[in-house]
Design a protein around this ligand. Structure first.
Ligand SMILES: [Zn+2]
Ligand SMILES: [Zn+2]
Length: 380
């Protein structure tokens, strides 16, 4: 085969396996290739078909865990801020599917962060993880998004990732629970490149990865808190002897989350996992798995959420079942408003001057009074 033939042959292969093989939506043709992503895990015929991913919007449950669903502590909240569904071309709302190859992602640009840090220390009290809220491998998109009108028209997220200290303390010995617990909005764990992991749901309770613009490295900011709603595949590089993926992060109940592949290198799907999106085998014990299928990371907490104390840590800064605290001095009400998915000014008016009037606020914001009390207590 001469070089010209080889080139044609290669182009043919790329043509067959590339996104064009799935057919592009007419409205995405003509858009710069830098806005698209073609993860390796989606480029073969094994595992889930990334051109027809299950849209998670209707797979959120607040009553009980179930396989393939997200057991959420927060009900859906359609009035929370988020992207503009009518501008999204890659979701098929009739058949509840979304096409990852047609989704737009924020490309790389000039935005740079200081070096990311991540450290893991095992003490008698537990596993202490400290990070600085920016990726250890410095891979991050062109935040803020406002240089990319094509994206801000869909999702007006004004956030800019910033350095701030994150401290997590995880149980060294996770405790199995026969009745798994629900996931709150905000952090459910941390990945081993120092980025906070959120559940699959956005503030509205929709499928965050399908609806929101994230960068080509998989994250986006909530104000300054950069986070993932799924596991970027570049984190899944370690392989155990069995071909099984290594640990890519830690979940608040103390169990680890591994990458996309099970024993023999088989791509995991919900069928292989329990209602919390994990399983146990061999010497690894219980662990969660990343999948390209909703809920992507964790469906519920299989382990008990333990309140752990450590001499070296200020209890109020521990993760526990709380999202990590914002140590950079951002207004507490902003954080609460964000957690509740409401406008901060509305929240201010609703609770009135201190002490907060929870009854009135619950009525005005159409939020459960107990939920409101809980979240105020959390950020006291
Ligand atoms: Zn998010
Ligand atoms: Zn496994």
């Amino acid at each position: 085969m001469n070089s010209k033939h080889l080139l044609c042959y290669l182009l043919l292969i790329i043509g067959m396996t590339g996104p064009t093989a799935f057919g592009k939506h007419p409205s995405t043709s003509g858009i710069d290739e830098k806005y698209f992503l073609h993860p390796m895990i989606c480029m073969d015929s094994k595992g889930v078909d990334c051109s027809k991913l299950k849209l998670g919007d209707s797979y959120l449950s607040t009553s009980s865990p179930a396989r393939g669903k997200l057991y959420s502590c927060n009900p859906k909240n359609p009035s929370a801020p988020g992207s503009r569904a009518e501008r999204i071309t890659w979701i098929d709302f009739i058949n509840n599917k979304w096409n990852l190859f047609e989704k737009l992602w924020l490309p790389e640009g000039n935005f740079q962060t200081p070096e990311g840090t991540y450290s893991e220390t095992i003490t008698e009290n537990g596993r202490i993880i400290e990070a600085n809220n920016v990726p250890k491998d410095s891979k991050i998109g062109d935040w803020p998004m406002n240089k990319h009108q094509i994206l801000t028209e869909i999702d007006a997220n004004p956030g800019v990732p910033a350095v701030k200290s994150l401290n997590f303390l995880f149980a060294k010995q996770p405790v199995w629970s026969d009745s798994p617990s629900c996931l709150s909005l905000g952090a459910i764990g941390i990945t081993n490149n120092g980025i906070v992991l959120y559940s699959a749901a956005d503030a509205r309770g929709n499928d965050a990865l399908a609806h929101e613009i994230v960068d080509i490295y998989g994250g986006h900011p909530a104000r300054d808190e950069y986070h993932y709603h799924f596991i970027p595949e570049r984190l899944d590089v370690q392989r155990l002897e069995t071909g099984h993926s290594g640990v890519v992060g830690w979940i608040l109940d103390g169990f680890p989350i591994h990458g996309y592949y099970g024993i023999g290198g088989k791509e995991m799907t919900n069928k292989d996992l329990d209602e919390c999106h994990g399983h146990q085998h061999g010497s690894i014990g219980y662990h969660y798995h990343a999948t390209m299928e909703y809920p992507y990371t964790v469906g519920c907490y299989r382990g008990k959420i333990q309140q752990i104390t450590s001499k070296n840590f200020d209890q109020r800064r521990l993760a526990g079942d709380d999202p990590p605290r914002n140590n950079s001095g951002v207004n507490r009400l902003n954080v609460i408003a964000d957690q509740l998915g409401v406008n901060v000014e509305e929240l201010r008016r609703a609770v009135g001057s201190p002490p907060p009037d929870f009854k009135r606020a619950a009525r005005m914001l159409k939020i459960d009074e107990e939920q409101l009390r809980r979240i105020f207590k959390k950020y006291r």
